[in-house]
Design a protein around this ligand. Structure first.
Ligand code: NAP
Length: 254
């Protein structure tokens, strides 16, 4: 069995695992950071938690005799992607990045680009606003610096402890989130600005489309710089790349 490691945390990682599980000549392990209390079910064996930096990952690749790594982490998980590039190069293990393309603004979008989370907080301005934060725990914390705003915060797990601001409401949800539901949510909360990451893909685009139709601004956190490695944009292309790099020996049941 040839061992493949998928660095996951995204829908694409799960879909890729679902495609590769058909290959009986491969042992697939999917790695999660462990950010959510109840991770989504995965079609392959899962390991959870950090590796201990690039050294730890390099040691893991060697111990597990990993032949190939697919970095299918979230586009904002830049630290993990950098560690994967470094450990794979050092261990001479082949690496592919599966990165969904970012969204691009279209007619009617009112986007304000922010380079850092601090810039995003400042972009809300001094006057009180009603902001919808569709961000991860780490980013949400930064908004304690702007307590004048009224926040609506959506996250997979409860934000605990809550954000230290006088007015914050919370919505728990894993997505996908459609445009109509997000428009209703934002109208109900009288949202007048959205703060989001440029995650790309369909699952979380609802709030962006809803903001456009409601005519409200989106403070869009710019994507981090990711390592220059071989990359594809779709699960299908990742499967094709892997089939080329590790041609199938036998196929199960298809
Ligand atoms: P990160 O800042 O790139 O990674 C921080 C550390 O977490 C890494 O150095 C690594 O620890 C560990 N890690 C990250 N992904 C891992 C994986 N797949 N398997 C094992 N360990 C992993 O990434 P992040 O803290 O997870 O998130 C950064 C951004 O991505 C945030 O904006 C977050 O909201 C977003 N995001 C992440 C996920 C996710 O599942 N990770 C999902 C959706 C969105 P070691 O150095 O110890 O190896």
């Amino acid at each position: 069995m040839r061992h493949v490691l998928i660095l996951g945390g995204t829908a694409e990682a799960r879909q890729l695992a679902g495609r590769l599980v058909r290959r009986r000549d491969l042992a697939i392990t999917l790695s999660l950071a462990g950010r959510t209390a109840v991770p989504a079910e995965q079609p392959v064996p899962v390991r959870i938690g950090g590796f201990g930096g690039p050294d730890g990952l390099a040691a893991y690749l060697m111990a597990q005799q990993i032949e190939l790594v697919i970095d299918a982490t979230h586009p904002y998980a830049a630290v993990m992607s950098a560690h994967a590039a470094e450990a794979a190069a050092r261990s001479k293990v082949r690496l592919l990045a599966l990165r969904r393309p970012p969204w691009t603004a279209i007619d009617g979008d009112l986007w304000i680009e922010a380079g850092t989370i601090g810039d995003a907080v400042r972009a809300l301005g001094a006057a009180p606003r009603r902001a919808f934060l569709a961000l991860g725990r780490k980013e949400v914390d930064a908004f304690a610096a702007a307590p004048q705003h009224d926040y609506l915060i959506r996250s997979v797990d409860p934000i605990d402890p809550p954000l230290r601001v006088p007015r914050a409401r919370y919505v728990i949800g894993r997505g996908p989130f459609g445009e109509a539901d997000d428009r209703a949510l934002m109208a109900r909360h009288q949202t007048n600005v959205v703060v989001a990451k440029n995650s790309g893909g369909e699952a979380t685009y609802g709030k962006i489309a809803a903001a456009r139709s409601l005519g409200i601004e989106v403070v869009m956190l710019r994507r981090p710089v990711l390592p220059a490695v071989t990359a594809v944009e779709t699960v299908q292309d990742a499967v094709g790349w892997l089939d080329h790099e590790l041609p199938p020996i036998t196929e199960r049941g298809v």
